[in-house]
Structure formats: structure tokens, C-alpha cells
Design a protein around this ligand. Structure first.
Ligand code: F6P
Length: 329
């Protein structure tokens, strides 16, 4: 963790990477807690794109009214590959000087925090991060904003799919989000009573999964739900279905839930987490702490250095995969 000596009078806040339900609740908390500390807040639009292109406007307490319940992000978001270049990062500093911004709060995922870490290392811009990603893949934080909502959205869909799977005696493969991460898959799999869960960092053995499905059919099971994360290798839902067809004669139906998981009104868990993390972020920044994100550890919030969060991998809870198999007999 680093410390800065700046007196924080005006900060900038941006949301970056994939949007996540609860980002608005975090923006609201930052703006209103900052106001209570006499700190002004500037909203930077579209993440690093807005920083590079000087898309900045004041965010006042009334600008964040009526957003705690809204999905998406009022600041918009973006993925900037340009920001990977040091010369572009150097240019973006001009935006901060133009608006007299003393420090930044970044709401996003690991890619966003890599950018934030670079801004501190190269230009000593004090930044505190708030983990906002449905993937829940930030090392050092047991929860990220948006994950709980995404899991509940996916679960609602899976429960509906189970009705039709059961009525037709069918096997379904449901693909959930998670490019490099199996958190959504593991949680919805266990909560939705899935027969099999396939995750990017698991030890997938399709033959064994097929054997278990065939065995369960012999024992009288008529329908099954298999969950796969989009980052599952080799192959995603369609490849998995092909392999199952070839090796078993079973003809699985496929449902890819996609971006529906990123939208919607945040759950109370995400609203509370976002409000607490937003308040902690501005508090830390004003007290001189930076180059960190606010992580959660059960009921507690903690400081997690960007260096750690961006270099260590948070593994999916693979024990959920085994437990699902045992519970789905
Ligand atoms: O934000 C995380 C995430 O939803 C991943 O689960 C997914 O792989 C990715 O974003 C999709 O990103 P995009 O919407 O930019 O295609």
C-alpha cells in the first residue's frame, strides 16, 4: 500500500470495464460522503476513454438522486486498449490538471486496476479502487459489486429452464458469464441444483461427466441441467453439446444467458456493499491511502494493494463443483 501527501479537495470518479449492477450505488455513496467532507466530485465519463478525451463534469449530490436502484452506470463505461500505452496515460494527466483533480476513485475490475496502478507508479496520481464486476474475480476481496445480482438473475433463468427441461425430459446446457472465472457458474450451479458445472480453472473431464449423466438416466433421472462458464476450455456450450451428442447420443438443448446477467436492478447485497465500499474509498483517499482497492472479507472491509490484486489469481470455489455432483444424485 502507498501513501500520498496531497490535501484532497476535489476528486474524479470513473467506472471502467464491464458494467455491474451496484456501480450507481457506489457512485452515489462516493459523491454524498465526499460532500459531507467538503470534497468536490467530478464525474469522468466512459472510464479511461473519458480521462484521455477530457470528458469530465461536476457530480453534485442531486445528480446521484434516484440511482441506487438502477443497473448499469450513469457515468457510462468503456474498455480502452489505448490506455495500455504509457504515452496515452501521460496525456490523460492533462485532464486531471485541467480540472484540478487531486485524486481518483476507480470502480471496475482487474484491467481497470492495472491502469490505476500504472497511473500511480508513473505519475503519482493517488487512486483508490472499488471492485465492480459481475465476475467476482478480484483477488483480496471475497465479493465484488454486481456478482450477487448477476447470480440471482442467472438463477431465475435456470429455474425457468428447469421447468421446461423437466416437462420434456431434456438435458440443458446453460452458459453463464465469466471469461476467466467460474464464480458465477459455481454459485448458480450449486444454488440451481445443477448436475454438472464446467469452469475455466477446473479439471474438466467430459467423459466422466457423460458417464455420470448416463448413469443418472439409468437410475431414473429424466432431466438435467449442466452449467458452463463462457471461459470454459476447451469449448463453450456448443462444443460441450457436440461432445455429449457424439459420445452419448443425448441431444442437449443450449441456452446462453449472455449480457442479461450484467443488467437489472441491484440486489440489497450489492447496494449495501457498494454503499459501504464507496464510503470507505473516499475515506481512505482523504486520509492519504492510495494504490489500493477496498476489498471485503466477510463483514469487514479491508485495503488490498493494487499490486496484489492485479498479480494474484482468485480461484473459483471448485468444492462447489464436487458438492453439486453429490447433491444432484
Ligand atoms: O465484466 C465481466 C464480463 O461480463 C465477463 O464475464 C465477460 O466475459 C465480459 O465481461 C464480456 O465483455 P463485453 O461486454 O465487453 O463483451
Amino acid at each position: 500500500m502507498a501513501q500520498h501527501q496531497k490535501k484532497i479537495s476535489r476528486i474524479g470518479i470513473y467506472t471502467s470495464g464491464g458494467d455491474a449492477p451496484g456501480m450507481n450505488a457506489a457512485i452515489r455513496a462516493v459523491v454524498r460522503v465526499a460532500h459531507s467532507m467538503n470534497i468536490e466530485v467530478m464525474g469522468i465519463s466512459q472510464g479511461y476513454i473519458g480521462l484521455i478525451e477530457n470528458r469530465v463534469a461536476p457530480l453534485n449530490i442531486r445528480d446521484v438522486a434516484n440511482i441506487i436502484q438502477r443497473g448499469g452506470t450513469i457515468l457510462k463505461t468503456g474498455r480502452s486498449t489505448d490506455f495500455h500505452k504509457p504515452e496515452v496515460r501521460a496525456r490523460s494527466i492533462e485532464t486531471l490538471k485541467t480540472h484540478n483533480i487531486d485524486g481518483l476513485i476507480c470502480v471496475g475490475g482487474d484491467g481497470s486496476f492495472r491502469g490505476a496502478h500504472a497511473l500511480w507508479n508513473e505519475h503519482k496520481i493517488p487512486i483508490v479502487g472499488i471492485p465492480g464486476t459481475i465476475d467476482n474475480d478480484i483477488f483480496g476481496s471475497d465479493l465484488t459489486i454486481g456478482f450477487d445480482t448477476a447470480v440471482n438473475t442467472a438463477l431465475d433463468a435456470i429455474d425457468k429452464i428447469r421447468d421446461t427441461a423437466d416437462s420434456h425430459d431434456r438435458v440443458f446446457i446453460v452458459e453463464v458469464m465469466g471469461r476467466n472465472s467460474g464464480f458465477i457458474a459455481c454459485h448458480v450451479g450449486l444454488a440451481g441444483g445443477a448436475e454438472e458445472i464446467f469452469v475455466p480453472d477446473g479439471n474438466t473431464n467430459i467423459e466422466k461427466s457423460i458417464d455420470r449423466i448416463k448413469d443418472s438416466i439409468k437410475k431414473g433421472k429424466r432431466s438435467s441441467i449442466l452449467i458452463t462458464a463462457e471461459g470454459q476450455k476447451p469449448g463453450r456450450a456448443y462444443d460441450l453439446a457436440d461432445a455429449i451428442r457424439k459420445k452419448s447420443g443425448i441431444d442437449p438443448k443450449i441456452c446462453i444467458l449472455g449480457h442479461i446477467q450484467r443488467g437489472g436492478s441491484p440486489t440489497s447485497v450489492d447496494r449495501v456493499l457498494a454503499s459501504r465500499m464507496g464510503a470507505a474509498a473516499i475515506d481512505n483517499l482523504s486520509k492519504g491511502f492510495c494504490d489500493i482497492l477496498i476489498g471485503s472479507d466477510g463483514p469487514n472491509l479491508l485495503q488490498v494493494p493494487f499490486e496484489l490484486a492485479t498479480t494474484k489469481e482468485k480461484r473459483s470455489p471448485l468444492e462447489y463443483v464436487q458438492l453439486s455432483q453429490i447433491l444432484a444424485i
